[in-house]
Write a protein that binds this ligand. Structure first.
Ligand code: PAF
Length: 281
């Protein structure tokens, strides 16, 4: 597997693959890869001739008080996981390779970015859309893979690709969970042993909400209140949001009369974790 630090190097390699008529899949990540990322890479390897994994902690998607500095990094472990999983190239640029000098161009969106994480992380999706657009321009993949754990991000990227006529298929992949239900996340490493136990409250609330909706409950308020009550029983948990939105528009929608996304962000101690379920109708 190739480790590439430069935009030029990635472009040359991809050009060569395309010259040979090979298809290219992209898995954008911020590194510190776990089984969730690995499931995306596996899927990409199944569906493409060559797979590029990007490994870049993107500074412009972090707010000033967020965890940019402490975000976990382990390039050697990431390289090993990508190689074992069958990726062809790991792209790990430095910040000044991606954002040269007087960088002032951003990809910004209305609508889908305004609710849920967009409320408490106002610049987050502008940073995500900008870096993902750049990665799409650098790698020019046929398909790109995103996890459903960041469901709003998946919806945002799908909208961006549609709105800007990007010729890339966006593939959403299911949430991968720990045995006790906690959704896999690089940020789980921040949790102390006590917090790790408490964090299971997110998936407990998600599973309960999902069970209610599957059983036919259409009143979103009832579903959300039940989920909030479960979380409130855990003293280490503090709700940022628990919300139901229409799955296509990401607008608040408290009735299960169409496909909905039920999503939450909850602080366990200082660590902000997210989880969700989608009910398709
Ligand atoms: O989901 C992530 O890890 C990041 O938001 C992404 C898509 C790699 C952009 O930096």
């Amino acid at each position: 597997m190739i480790l590439e630090k430069t935009v030029k190097g990635v472009r040359e390699q991809v050009k060569e693959w395309k010259r040979q008529g090979l298809t290219v899949g992209l898995v954008p990540t911020m590194g510190y890869l776990h089984e969730g990322h690995q499931s995306l890479i596996k899927r990409a390897v199944e569906e493409n001739d060559r797979v590029v994994v990007s490994d870049f902690v993107n500074p412009i998607q972090f707010g000033p008080t967020e965890d940019l500095e402490s975000y976990p990094r382990d390039l050697d472990a990431d390289f090993k996981l990508c190689e074992e999983t069958g990726a062809a190239l790991l792209f790990n640029p430095e910040v000044d390779e991606m954002y040269v000098g007087d960088f002032v161009t951003f990809v910004d969106m209305d609508g889908v970015t305004k609710e849920l994480c967009g409320k408490s992380r106002p610049i987050h999706f502008r940073g995500v859309c900008t870096v993902v657009s750049k990665l799409f321009n650098i790698v020019t993949p046929d398909k790109a893979y995103f996890g459903q754990k960041d469901a709003q991000q998946l919806a945002v990227i799908r909208h961006m690709v549609r709105d800007l006529n990007m010729d890339i298929e966006i593939v959403g992949c299911p949430i991968i969970r720990e045995e006790d239900g906690l959704a896999k996340s690089s940020r789980n490493t921040y949790l102390s042993a006590e917090e790790r136990k408490a964090a299971v409250v997110l998936s407990r609330a998600i599973f309960k909400g999902q069970e209610m909706v599957k059983a036919g409950e259409t009143d979103g308020e009832k579903v959300l209140q039940t989920m909030k009550d479960i979380i409130s029983e855990e003293p280490l948990a503090k709700i940022d949001y628990v919300e139901m939105v229409a799955w296509d528009s990401i607008e608040v929608h408290h009735s299960v009369d169409q496909s909905v996304l039920v999503a939450m962000a909850v602080y366990i101690g200082k660590t902000r974790l997210i989880d969700n379920f989608i009910f398709e109708k």
